[in-house]
Design a protein around this ligand. Structure first.
Ligand code: SF4
Length: 465
């Protein structure tokens, strides 16, 4: 499956590449203490190294040593971890490490046996601890290292690197050299900069001559393209002067909420509160149906991850002369990241942001996992048990990002009523949205807003606006 020569070639090329392309992080500097190494690993869990690097000083200035950290309250720790996400999990892990430290009177595991008996083994930092603190040869095997190794040596979908003996054995063979620390870092940096999860840069890769994945696909041009969105709001999305208020719709599905905003559709007369909104109905039809008046709102952006939803949306809205370019089949996480990377994803002028962020994790009809969803932002099942900001139950945070990026006058977040009575979920979401400067104190939650507005729904919903 792999041979010594391939492993040697792989190491040599990557170490040469690393010499000129290595990323510079504070935890990689000479003289970093064991304390910093251990807690850097906690910060790095499921978080980009660049993000942790920016945050590094904040944490280590506040808690520069064991003594200060031991005195920290959960509230203080949660507060400092909140910007990084996963704060509950990180606090739990830090508490376990502190317990271990106190139990052993400050003596940390000194060899592999002690490490395996310690609680560190269950915290997914044992490989890093073994490599950096005990100074054994160990592989920092994670999904990124697994991706590079499997692509080069043996293309295969490794679902869980912690339980896959094949990838563990391969990783051990590759890192089993004197420059063990450097080859580990080289692979991780190469995974982040060249052999990326999406669009690996094979055309500039010095490994390509022996890479199995490259041989199988051999599509340099396609693989090397940067992600592109065919978006140019100024010219391609016609602006309707009769609808001056521009709406960005997130998690749009088939467009139910968008239609509600646009008006000019037929509903049963009982769905409209005519006493409250006597001017809503512009035409009375047979069988007790009525046509509602058009509004001043125009949907200029919509998204969802389901192609079927897009097809339904585009088919309906094209009758209203809407371009299919309005709708994007991409997750909100990918769209925000692309926008931050410099692609023009969201329009310049936005009056309103709406979004019914995914309700499956809050609804009484589902598992009610809340923030700890078992699916990710693209709807895939998560194998790793650690939820993150990119899991389905936490996607409201990305809606908040869109609000911060587009600065609308109003935003409306809609979800199922089950969100309100699921633990303290509603309070946490409200608090998170209050962090957006523009929204300030205007955030209000209403469970009865829909019928009072005269809009049509048969489902009791929770709406924050
Ligand atoms: S050729 Fe492409 S897939 Fe293979 S290691 Fe290089 S970047 Fe990764």
């Amino acid at each position: 499956m792999w041979n010594k020569n391939d492993i040697k070639f792989f190491r040599t090329v990557l170490l040469e590449w690393f010499d000129t392309n290595k990323r510079d992080f504070p935890w990689r500097k000479e003289g970093v203490s064991n304390y910093e190494l251990i807690f850097s690993e906690i910060l790095l869990q499921r978080t980009k190294a660049e993000t942790v690097a920016k945050y590094y000083d904040t944490f280590f200035k506040k808690f520069p040593n064991w003594e200060k950290l031991i005195l920290a309250t959960d509230k203080e720790l949660e507060k400092i971890f909140r910007p990084l996400g996963l704060h509950t999990q990180r606090v739990g892990r830090i508490r376990k490490i502190i317990e271990e430290y106190k139990l052993k009177n400050g003596i940390l595991p000194r060899n592999k046996d002690e490490l395996q008996e310690s609680s560190f083994a269950s915290l997914y930092i044992s490989n890093a601890y073994e490599l950096f603190v005990i100074k054994n040869k160990a592989a920092l095997l994670d999904v990124n290292m697994s991706r590079v190794l499997s692509r080069f040596f043996y293309p295969k979908d490794y679902k869980d690197v912690r339980n896959d003996k094949l990838i563990q054995e391969l990783a051990h063979n590759v890192i089993n050299v004197k420059a063990c620390k450097e080859i580990n870092w080289a692979i991780l940096d190469f995974a982040a900069l060249v052999c990326k999860a999406q669009k690996p840069k094979c055309s500039e890769c010095k490994l390509s001559s022996k890479c199995c994945f490259f041989e199988l696909t051999n599509k340099i041009e396609d693989l090397s393209e940067e992600p592109q969105l065919n978006i140019n709001y100024d010219s391609e999305i016609p602006m309707n002067p009769e609808k001056p208020f521009k709406v960005v719709s997130l998690f749009s599905g088939c467009g139910g909420m968008d239609l509600g905003f646009e008006g000019d559709f037929i509903v049963h007369k009982d769905s409209v509160n005519e006493r409250l909104n006597p001017d809503f109905v512009i035409e009375r039809l047979d069988n007790d149906f009525v046509r509602l008046k058009p509004t001043n709102f125009q949907t200029v952006f919509a998204n969802d991850i389901l192609h079927e939803a897009r097809n339904a949306w585009v088919n309906y809205f094209k009758k209203r002369n809407y371009s299919s370019e309005v709708y994007h089949v991409d997750s909100i996480v990918d769209l925000v990241k692309m926008h931050k990377d410099g692609y023009k994803v969201f329009p310049d002028i936005v009056d309103i942001v709406t979004g019914g962020f995914p309700c499956q994790d809050f609804s009484i009809a589902g598992k009610r996992n809340g923030f700890n969803s078992h699916k990710d932002h693209a709807g895939k099942i998560i194998r790793d048990e650690i939820p993150s900001l990119e899991t389905r139950g936490q996607l409201y945070m990305w809606m908040k990002e869109v609000v911060e990026l587009t600065k609308p006058k109003i935003f409306i977040a809609e979800n199922v009523k089950g969100l309100v009575n699921l633990s303290n979920v509603k309070e946490i979401i409200q608090r998170d949205f209050l962090g957006v400067p523009l929204l300030g104190r205007a955030l209000r939650y209403k469970s009865s807003l829909v019928p009072r507005c005269g809009l049509s729904t048969s489902i009791p919903n929770a709406i924050a606006a």
